[in-house]
Design a protein around this ligand. Structure first.
Ligand SMILES: [Zn+2]
Length: 81
């Protein structure tokens, strides 16, 4: 069940959200647009557990988006056959 008012990220916006996070990394001081409603001022919280995975919490006050996005990191060592 979804929490009251909170919206999660639609699956077709995940790629866009990752682009917005990449832009945020490149310029952390500039405003980030929400991947759902395109409003400026998306809040991005880095909750990464490096080196295993990157976790970002995306919060948009304009549309009520509140979503945790996990980006698995590439393994540092090749897989063992
Ligand atoms: Zn939004």
């Amino acid at each position: 069940m979804a929490g009251a008012g909170a919206r999660s990220l639609p699956s077709d916006r995940v790629g866009l959200a990752m682009q917005r996070i990449a832009a945020w990394h490149a310029a952390p001081d500039s405003a980030v647009a929400c991947p759902v409603c395109d409003a400026q001022g998306l809040t991005v919280l880095d909750r990464s557990a490096r080196p295993y995975a990157e976790w970002y919490v995306l919060v948009c006050n304009a549309c009520g988006l509140e979503h945790t996005l996990q980006i698995p990191m590439a393994p540092l060592t090749p897989p063992i056959e």
